[in-house]
Design a protein around this ligand. Structure first.
Ligand code: GTP
Ligand code: MG
Length: 192
């Protein structure tokens, strides 16, 4: 079989969600394979890069340089963050399965983000932008307050004809963390 050359691409990804849902922890797990139980608020926004190899829907291999932007969930640090939304190719919407308000705020994060990057929110049948929805802290099953079903329904509703991809992760145990970022890269390539 003939080898098709691998394409090189850089993708900008923004991680959004309430303070404390685990955005920084997911990035740390993904980039360095580490986890700490200590909380240190992110101020403004910061980015790191990671290279992944992704095969797209046509079978084409891509070497993707992911530029991952960690943003602040705390309101007082958010205004610094929005400037970094520009040029994003994909976004991750993170909630905590034990924190209902973090789930309720996903709609706010999504619309605010789209507004900032200048994408108008179209009819429900159209999907304006590649989002991946992450239910984090899956290791805390006995404290779960958001059933998977409820989150699925939201992804179906806002996704219109193409439900938003959703997965539950744990930055603590590493469950589905690599998978989530790979899916995000794959989706961004598809939209791009
Ligand atoms: P801001 O920077 O304020 O927006 O918060 P953040 O979303 O970056 O949250 P962060 O990653 O700092 O995590 C908040 C707290 O949740 C920390 O104490 C983490 O240790 C903890 N945490 C993050 N992910 C997980 C997880 O998957 N499981 C468990 N049990 N704890 C987690
Ligand atoms: Mg953070």
């Amino acid at each position: 079989m003939q080898n098709t050359p691998t394409k090189k691409t850089t993708l900008k990804v923004v991680i959004l969600g309430d303070s404390g849902v685990g955005k920084t922890s997911l990035l740390n797990r993904y980039s360095t394979g580490t986890f700490t139980g200590q909380y240190k608020a992110t101020i403004g926004a910061d980015f790191l890069t990671k290279q992944v190899v992704v095969t797209d829907w046509t079978g084409q291999r891509h070497v993707v340089q992911l530029q991952l932007w960690d943003t602040a969930g705390q309101e007082r640090f958010q205004s610094l963050g929005v400037a970094f939304y520009r040029g994003a190719d994909a976004a991750m919407l993170v909630y905590d399965i034990t924190d209902p308000s973090s789930f309720d705020h996903l709609e706010h994060w999504r619309t605010e983000f789209l507004q900032q990057i200048g994408v108008s929110i179209p009819a429900l049948q159209e999907v304006p932008f590649p989002f991946v929805v992450i239910g984090n802290k899956n290791d805390k099953q006995n404290e779960r307050l958001i059933p998977a079903q409820r989150a699925e329904e939201w992804c179906l509703r806002v996704g219109g004809n193409r439900p938003l991809y959703r997965v539950e992760t744990s930055a603590k145990t590493a469950l589905n963390v690599d998978e989530a970022f790979e899916e995000l890269a794959r989706l961004a390539l598809q939209y791009g």
